[in-house]
Write a protein that binds this ligand. Structure first.
Ligand SMILES: [Fe+2]
Length: 369
């Protein structure tokens, strides 16, 4: 008899048993099946340090604990802000309301990038010279509101907190503005402290990284039912991974080390008669590096058989309020690829943070709170 699992996946068309919590996973019109909850509660991996080293996802269920209830007003306010954006509300008044009386942060301008179809509005914030320890103005901290998908039917939204030029990836530099961006994030979205101040999450990352780290480049996001993000990785130089937290509602994730994902994709391609070149793990792995491979995209994102294969391999995760999922990244070849399904009757709310080395002590850091 198989070991009980916290959830399992029924293939499309199968009728779920009565009396169980079910989460149909349908993304952009493609039915990937129904997740059934409830055999046992989820648990972290038996050896989380080894899992992190092997680029495996590390689920820490319920780790936000009672603090999530205490932060409920902030969480609900942010969820409502996303509902407003879906109705066409602007980001600027939301930022201004959240920064009211919040010296030293000052509105510095807005931009609308018409070349980027997903971008809605970017709001820039400065810190005046008089309010910085080094007496120089901090420029170009920003909050950017975007659609998650290039699909009008998917109303999933996100706000990214960052600084400087995106094209040159300024945010990868351990410069003083990274620390100011983190301070701005905490001011605008106090609920982010649920993760950044969480002793279990920080303790785990401190252990596996064995060096001071920071959780930055926060994305506050709201996945809409039927939407979500397709398979990707976040392996950028100097980034040790991503920490995901669920605040409201649920999301379903597929997360798997790159090399193992290639094996699963090849197995499914062979089973369903996919392209010959994608029927070996080597063939799949080489296609991972191709910018647009329509056959691979279809296998990864629009093939319920792959979702089922990954669920059987315990690479499917249900995130509920209070859960944190760590997705390690040790470079492009050794990282956890991941995909998300928005589920439930209403949009959900979650946070993601890039895991970086701590910003070195330098003149101009924001005062510690
Ligand atoms: Fe990601």
């Amino acid at each position: 008899m198989p070991a009980p699992r916290p959830w399992h996946l029924l293939p499309p068309g199968d009728v779920p048993p009565r009396g169980r919590t079910t989460l149909p996973i349908v993304r952009r019109g493609i039915d990937h099946g129904t997740v059934i909850l409830g055999d046992v509660e989820p648990t972290p991996p038996e050896e989380p340090d080894a899992a992190f080293a092997a680029s495996e996802p590390v689920l820490i269920p319920g780790v936000l604990g009672d603090a999530l209830e205490v932060a409920d007003d902030h969480v609900v306010a942010t969820w409502q802000a996303f509902e407003g954006f879906r109705e066409g509300a602007r980001l600027l008044p939301e930022v201004e309301a959240r920064l009211e009386d919040a010296a030293p942060f000052l509105y510095a301008g807005s931009s609308f990038d018409l070349e980027e179809p997903r971008e809605i509005e970017k709001v820039f914030v400065d810190v005046p010279a008089a309010d910085t320890p080094h007496g120089r103005r901090i420029r170009d901290l920003w909050a950017k509101l975007s659609w998650i998908a290039e699909d009008e039917a998917d109303t999933s939204l996100r706000i990214r907190m960052s600084f400087g030029h995106e094209a040159t990836k300024d945010w990868l530099q351990p410069e003083v503005r990274a620390a100011w961006t983190d301070a701005l994030t905490a001011r605008m979205f106090p609920e982010t402290r649920l993760v950044t101040d969480n002793e279990v999450v920080r303790g785990f990352l401190g252990d596996v990284l064995a060096a001071p780290h920071r959780l930055g480049e926060c994305i506050v996001y709201s996945n809409a039912p039927g939407g979500g993000a397709v398979f990707h990785h976040d392996a950028d130089p100097g980034q040790h991974g991503v920490a995901i937290a669920q605040l409201l509602g649920a999301t379903v994730w597929l997360a798997c080390p790159r090399a193992e994902l290639a094996v699963h994709v090849a197995a499914v391609a062979a089973r369903i008669g996919g392209p010959q070149r994608l029927q070996t793990a080597e063939g799949v792995a080489s296609s991972f590096d191709v910018a647009s491979d329509a056959d691979l995209y279809r296998l990864l994102n629009a093939t319920p058989e792959l979702t089922r294969e990954l669920a059987e391999a315990e690479r499917l995760f249900v995130l509920r309020p209070g859960d944190v999922l760590i997705l390690p990244s040790h470079g492009p070849e050794h990282c956890a690829w991941h995909a998300v399904f928005g589920v439930g009757a209403q949009p959900s709310l979650g946070l993601s943070f890039g895991i970086f080395d701590a910003v070195p002590e330098m003149q101009g850091l924001p005062p510690r709170r």
